[in-house]
Design a protein. Structure first.
Length: 125
């Protein structure tokens, strides 16, 4: 079955690559124990040199064995451009955003992530 979300997930246009490809691993290596990221994300991310518009009030949530977080920006005005770079086209699409809220487990399945039924999925936005 075809959907706009399916085609958007497959789209990889020039300039649409996330800066997080390098920033997230860098953060993981600097902040091995993630306590600093979880307690003061704005300061921790600022220490890596990433600050600016939409990055002034950062929050980090942790996936743990029984809870998985799915971040969905419902207005697309709070996306941390300065930290993650340009958002992918599909992330801002209405079909993705609404499906992620209505059927988060199904959306994660489409991305290839299968979580056990006893894992709670929290949709954050």
């Amino acid at each position: 079955m075809y959907s706009e979300t399916d085609s958007s997930v497959q789209y990889t246009g020039a300039g649409d690559h996330l800066a997080s490809d390098t920033r997230v691993p860098r953060a993981r290596s600097k902040f091995g124990p993630r306590v600093h990221l979880l307690t003061d994300a704005t300061a921790a991310i600022g220490e890596l040199g990433y600050t600016g518009a939409q990055g002034e009030h950062m929050m980090v949530v942790a996936n743990v064995p029984k809870v998985h977080n799915l971040i969905v920006c419902t207005l697309c005005s709070c996306y941390p451009w300065s930290v993650l770079g340009l958002p992918p086209v599909w992330y801002k699409s209405a079909p993705y955003r609404s499906r992620a809220v209505i059927d988060p487990r199904g959306v994660l399945h489409e991305f290839g992530l299968e979580l056990p039924e006893d894992v709670e999925i929290r949709v954050c936005g």
